[in-house]
Design a protein around this ligand. Structure first.
Ligand SMILES: [Zn+2]
Length: 277
């Protein structure tokens, strides 16, 4: 009887997880499995922190600057990419890097040598601060948003492996579901623009065509900051060169004047000597 009730409870919870965002079975299978596991092992989180962090980095670099430009507000109810739908969002806000080797916990102000130690500390001491929900794991979208590609670029080890059509189709489908849920075309002109943009930026590269790379529109943020850093670094150099050129000209001018003065004095002395003789 108990087993039957447990099954019924699990079924209801799975159904709730299923209907939460009204998406297809393929796209959200990972979330359902997590929901089931959480019921089996209460309190334990099955969501990769590092992969969620990679997704967050991808979003802040390749999507959110464009969303801001369009002045579009993501819905936390329908869009799984909304910051509030990141299980680690609150903890991530509490990370503070004081110096290169000093990471501070914003809850208890303990300091750690590496971010990995701080992550473990969060898991061990502040797990109550996690939003325990099956639908709040950003790592579920690593396939759709090309985490392997980004992680590979940072490790300089990424190479496109043998294409598996089934995996490619699944990721493309999940990617398009995200585009349609986060930017419903019928909502506004901005939503329509972002829907098309999202598919070009993230979904089109889910193909076995090796010519297509993810993020063809680049970063809306990184380029500006690169330009800013380039200006910051180049400006002192240019100013130093200008000062040096001006200094050289001034020095040459001064030396010419001194030479002319000496020549004039020398001529004057010669003329006086000639008069005396
Ligand atoms: Zn702490």
């Amino acid at each position: 009887m108990m087993a039957w009730r447990t099954c019924l409870l699990l079924f209801v919870m799975l159904a709730l997880c299923w209907n939460k965002f009204g998406v297809s079975a393929d796209g959200y299978r990972a979330a359902e499995e997590r929901c089931q596991k959480q019921e089996e092992e209460k309190g334990r989180v099955h969501c990769s922190r590092s992969r969620s962090r990679t997704v967050q980095e991808i979003l802040s670099k390749y999507l959110l600057p464009f969303v801001e430009t369009q002045k579009y507000n993501l819905s936390s109810n329908s869009c799984r990419l909304h910051p509030n739908n990141d299980i680690f969002h609150e903890q991530e806000e509490k990370i503070e890097q004081l110096r290169p080797m000093q990471w501070q916990c914003g809850y208890c102000h303990k300091v750690f040598q590496t971010q990995t130690y701080l992550d473990s500390h969060f898991d061990n001491r502040h797990s109550s601060m996690l939003g325990m929900s099956a639908n709040r794991c950003l790592a579920d979208f690593c396939g759709a948003l090309h985490c392997d590609y980004v992680d590979g670029l940072s490790n300089s080890k990424w190479k496109k492996t043998t294409c598996k059509p089934a995996v490619v189709d699944r990721n493309r489908h999940l990617c398009e579901v995200l585009a349609n849920n986060c930017f419903p075309k019928e909502q506004s002109a901005a939503a329509q623009w972002l829907n098309d943009f999202f598919k070009r930026q993230f979904c089109d590269a889910h193909t076995c065509d090796k010519q297509l790379q993810p993020f063809p529109h680049g970063s809306g943020k990184h380029e500006n900051s690169s330009l800013y850093f380039a200006i910051c670094i180049l400006t002192p150099f240019i100013l130093a060169i200008i000062y040096f050129v001006v200094y050289l000209q001034y020095r040459d001018l001064s030396m010419t004047r001194i030479s002319l003065c000496r020549l004039s004095q020398h001529t004057h002395i010669k003329m006086r000597k000639a008069k005396l003789t």
